[in-house]
Ligand binder design. Sequence first.
Ligand SMILES: *[C@@H]1O[C@H](CO)[C@@H](O)[C@H](O)[C@H]1NC(C)=O
Ligand SMILES: *[C@@H]1O[C@H](CO)[C@@H](O)[C@H](O)[C@H]1NC(C)=O
Ligand SMILES: *[C@@H]1O[C@H](CO)[C@@H](O)[C@H](O)[C@H]1NC(C)=O
Ligand SMILES: *[C@@H]1O[C@H](CO)[C@@H](O)[C@H](O)[C@H]1NC(C)=O
Ligand SMILES: *[C@@H]1O[C@H](CO)[C@@H](O)[C@H](O)[C@H]1NC(C)=O
Ligand SMILES: *[C@@H]1O[C@H](CO)[C@@H](O)[C@H](O)[C@H]1NC(C)=O
Ligand SMILES: *[C@@H]1O[C@H](CO)[C@@H](O)[C@H](O)[C@H]1NC(C)=O
Length: 426
Amino acid sequence: MGMGMGMGMGMGSLKILMMLLLLIESTIFTESSHRSKQKKADGYGDINVFNVISFGAIGDGTTDDSKGFKQAWDVACNSSTASSPTVLVPQGRTFLLQPLTFNGKSCTTSNYITFQIDGKIIAPSKPSAWECKPNCDHWISFRKCDGLLIQGSGSINGQGSKWWRISCKNKKKACPSRKPTGFVIADSNNVEMRGIRFEDSPKMHISFERSTLVHANNLTIKAPSNSPNTDGIHIQHSTNVSIHNSIIQTGDDCVSIGNGAKYINITNIKCGPGHGISIGSLGINGKTEQVEYVHVRNVSFHGTTNGGGHGHARNITFKHITSHASTHPIVIDQYYCPHKHCKNQTSAVEISNVRYEDIKGTSGRRIAVQLSCSESTPCTNILMKDISLRNKDQNDDTSSICFNAHGFTNSRVEPNVPCLQKHDHL
Ligand SMILES: *[C@@H]1O[C@H](CO)[C@@H](O)[C@H](O)[C@H]1NC(C)=O
Ligand SMILES: *[C@@H]1O[C@H](CO)[C@@H](O)[C@H](O)[C@H]1NC(C)=O
Ligand SMILES: *[C@@H]1O[C@H](CO)[C@@H](O)[C@H](O)[C@H]1NC(C)=O
Ligand SMILES: *[C@@H]1O[C@H](CO)[C@@H](O)[C@H](O)[C@H]1NC(C)=O
Ligand SMILES: *[C@@H]1O[C@H](CO)[C@@H](O)[C@H](O)[C@H]1NC(C)=O
Ligand SMILES: *[C@@H]1O[C@H](CO)[C@@H](O)[C@H](O)[C@H]1NC(C)=O
Ligand SMILES: *[C@@H]1O[C@H](CO)[C@@H](O)[C@H](O)[C@H]1NC(C)=O
């Protein structure tokens, strides 16, 4: 038994642990009919694989397979194998899932859990078929997991098209039901996601919340460019998050970085159509908000930074960016107003130390650089270096506007940003 437990354990508790191990051993033994050992192609050796089919999932695209998934998870998460227990969603089938939470709180495995998704997972096809009334906050979520690898060549399709038609923006009344986020990682640590394809979520596709050390790599996220609020990945109250080598094409932000995001690296993202990478909607309802140490590199994007509360957004870098006719290649907008009636803002999230470097390409609008900061809380230490944003219509120039923005330009910056107020002391 290769259980790696913590050190400093007294004799008494060691005995209890041994008995617990025996108990787990016998549980696993009786469950062996559910279990199929598979040799992993990547040579890691034998791994315990808990195939959702063995737990009653059908995979015909119409039967609700939620129960089978939940049971496979529960057994995997209490497995005592030396290697990572693996929940397998096999290739060649389509599994229908109702809103479902995989909770890691009571898991006893000492190893990380692998969720291997090679098949297709779909949501109910219309809002009325969702079993989560009156409010559907999320579809699939992983909570309180410590050590989780979600990978595979499969896809996760939220079948959002009928949700998109319920418009919440234009209605005076509150929305009848909130739209669900497709895939949530919450209150978790050490999570890695790779290879999976996400499609057509009712609202944002993936959300990382209150989590640390989350790494996403080689994901594909797709929804029509006119689908509302279908952000690719949203990050909030999370630290040490990286997103690399992914393709994100949705109707809203490719990545949106919200309150409480710290140490975020985003590199090699093919972003668009969509709104780009945004640090946004901070400080709604006057809350105190903080975003720090965000590095966006080698991305095609449209960036917005906005707010209306207190707090700060600082130490942010956009580097090696290619813009393909983005409507707002470079924007900081503290007056951003998502609804029709916003108050004139008397306070704003303090924006400082934002670096734009090596940003090339075309702008869809004449104004390629817009830095609109509030009078009460000007933006400070904005650095612009090696910027070349031409108009997509080659006969027209690009230009810049700023309000209350302080900082520098360095080497070539096209369009000129003469409105950036120089600080003597910086
Ligand atoms: C795992 O085992 C623990 C201890 O026996 C138990 O409390 C818990 O409910 C189990 N978790 C799941 C998900 O079955
Ligand atoms: C990315 O994911 C796809 C689909 O799962 C897979 O076929 C491909 O090998 C992965 N690429 C890399 C570089 O890992
Ligand atoms: C972000 O990148 C920096 C510099 O490349 C690195 O030191 C840091 O560990 C990275 N952080 C994450 C969360 O990937
Ligand atoms: C998160 O990243 C920062 C900066 O790279 C580092 O100092 C810190 O130790 C990291 N936190 C964890 C939990 O790894
Ligand atoms: C930037 O992305 C391009 C393609 O998207 C890739 O070829 C290149 O290697 C990347 N550069 C870096 C420094 O990662
Ligand atoms: C982060 O930003 C703050 C405030 O703008 C600045 O004082 C600090 O030097 C920055 N830190 C780094 C590592 O750039
Ligand atoms: C907010 O108020 C100030 C001063 O009263 C005014 O100059 C400014 O134009 C107003 N801004 C907006 C966005 O309404």
